[in-house]
Write a protein that binds this ligand. Structure first.
Ligand code: HEM
Length: 404
């Protein structure tokens, strides 16, 4: 008998999950859309896998994210008592806050992160992509992640935020450690390095503002608004981290899917106007954020036939919801997507991805240019199987392709 009256299943997740989550999803569907799991690191929490329940939960204000309470609950639940990855300073950003704090932060960044600013980036994204493809030209074989999927989003986010591109190795390494919450690394030390780096960068921008988004945020906050220095650090951290690993995997996963279906790839090459719809289907099938960030119940919540008590950790599997057979029993081929798939790959509700227009734009430009430039593009090894990243970010670190 467990604390939920014995009727609630708890499913253990093995590290083989990351190679083929669908094997698990198929089995889990028999449990209903809401049940308990235990992560490979021993952390127990509720998991939501049904599409309707996922949408409902993501829009439910009783599913909270306030970082102080969340970290406390995580520390209590974690078998080693270590809790989450990044420090509370770095993590006190809008993705870890509830209304009205979230409303205020989102409004402030929304003034700078506008559709206009993103749309204006298109020619620059095209130019950066062209430059990266120029470097690939003439080679027989490249790793597509290293040559295109990784550098493009970092170059774009660095320009947008005004972060020196030369610093990328440092902050990419720190953010990867903090995202994956690697237990063998001293998170406090890495968090400190990251926050010191961002504090110095913001200080330099205060002294000498540029035409970039972080300078804009500083100027706004000095205009009588209240983004404190700590809030600026957390916001910069969120934008930097959320803005490149995700787009990297969207491009990597998309190219992989196209290369596995030659006819779809040729169809998209012949009809590039179909690429944006194909990108949406890539997001549905292989969205880079497999599981949304952790929430907790502020009060008891009944969902999908179970009642989750107050103060419990809850995670929504966007990936499982996007494959709910109730909605997606016959997926279209990538070149035949007519209707935008109903996916939750960018989340839903107040935390819906701020960078969705940018992520989509980067992927659309990358796919279009790559298909036009390299007619012979194919997997270097037709039997290639991705080495999926361990963690709930869905993507892989290398994709060897032949260009001729
Ligand atoms: C390209 C693929 C991307 C995907 C699949 C993606 C996915 C997501 C998801 C699922 C969430 C919500 C998480 C949750 O509710 O737990 C989110 C939030 C967020 N994303 Fe993205 N993202 C992408 C690109 C970007 C980019 C390029 C940026 C640019 C900076 C960005 C910035 C953000 C921010 C700031 C939030 C927090 C929004 C809030 O709390 O109000 N994302 N993203």
């Amino acid at each position: 008998m467990n604390q939920f009256g014995g009727s609630v299943q708890e499913e253990a997740i093995g590290t083989d999950f990351f190679d083929d989550p669908h094997k698990y999803y198929r089995r889990w569907r028999k449990n209903g859309p809401v049940f308990r799991v235990r992560r490979p690191n021993g952390l127990p929490h509720w998991l939501i896998t049904g599409y309707d329940e996922a949408r409902t939960a993501l829009a439910d204000p009783r599913m909270r994210k306030n970082v102080t309470d969340l970290y406390e609950i995580l520390r209590r639940a974690a078998p080693d008592g270590r809790g989450a990855g990044a420090s509370e300073l770095l993590s006190s950003h809008m993705l870890n806050s509830d209304a009205p704090v979230h409303t205020r932060l989102r409004k402030l960044v929304g003034r700078e992160f506008t559709g206009r600013r993103v749309a204006a980036l298109r020619p620059r994204i095209e130019q950066i992509t062209e430059g990266l493809l120029d470097r690939m030209d003439g080679q027989d074989e490249v790793d597509l992640i290293e040559a295109l999927a990784a550098p493009l989003p970092v170059m774009v986010i660095c320009e947008l935020l005004g972060v020196p591109f030369d610093d990328r190795e440092k902050f990419q390494e720190w953010s990867r450690i903090l995202l994956d919450a690697d237990p063998s690394v001293d998170m406090a030390a890495v968090s400190q390095q990251m926050s010191d780096y961002l504090a110095a960068l913001l200080q330099a921008k205060r002294a000498e503002p540029g035409d970039d988004l972080l300078s804009g945020l500083i100027a706004d906050s000095e205009d009588g608004d209240q983004l404190s220095p700590d809030e600026l650090i957390a916001m910069a951290f969120l934008l930097l981290v959320a803005g490149h690993e995700t787009a990297l995997h969207l491009i990597g996963n998309g190219v992989y899917l196209m290369l596995r279906d030659r006819e779809a790839l040729e169809g998209l090459r012949a009809h590039p106007d179909r690429i944006p719809a194909a990108t949406e289907e890539v997001l549905r099938r292989f969205g880079p954020v497999g599981w949304a960030t952790m929430r907790y119940t502020g009060e008891a919540v009944s969902l999908g036939g179970v009642t989750i008590p107050a103060g419990e950790l809850v995670c929504v599997s966007l990936d499982a919801a996007n494959h709910d057979p109730a909605y997606n029993d016959e997926p279209p081929r990538l070149h035949e997507v007519d209707e935008s798939p109903k996916h939750l790959a960018f989340g839903h509700g107040i935390h819906f991805c701020l960078g969705a227009p940018l992520g989509r734009l980067e992927a659309n430009v990358a796919f279009a240019q790559l298909l036009q430039r390299f007619p012979g593009l194919r997997l270097a090894d037709p039997e290639f199987f991705p080495d999926w990243r361990i963690g709930f970010m869905r993507g892989f670190g290398s994709l060897p392709v032949r260009l001729k």
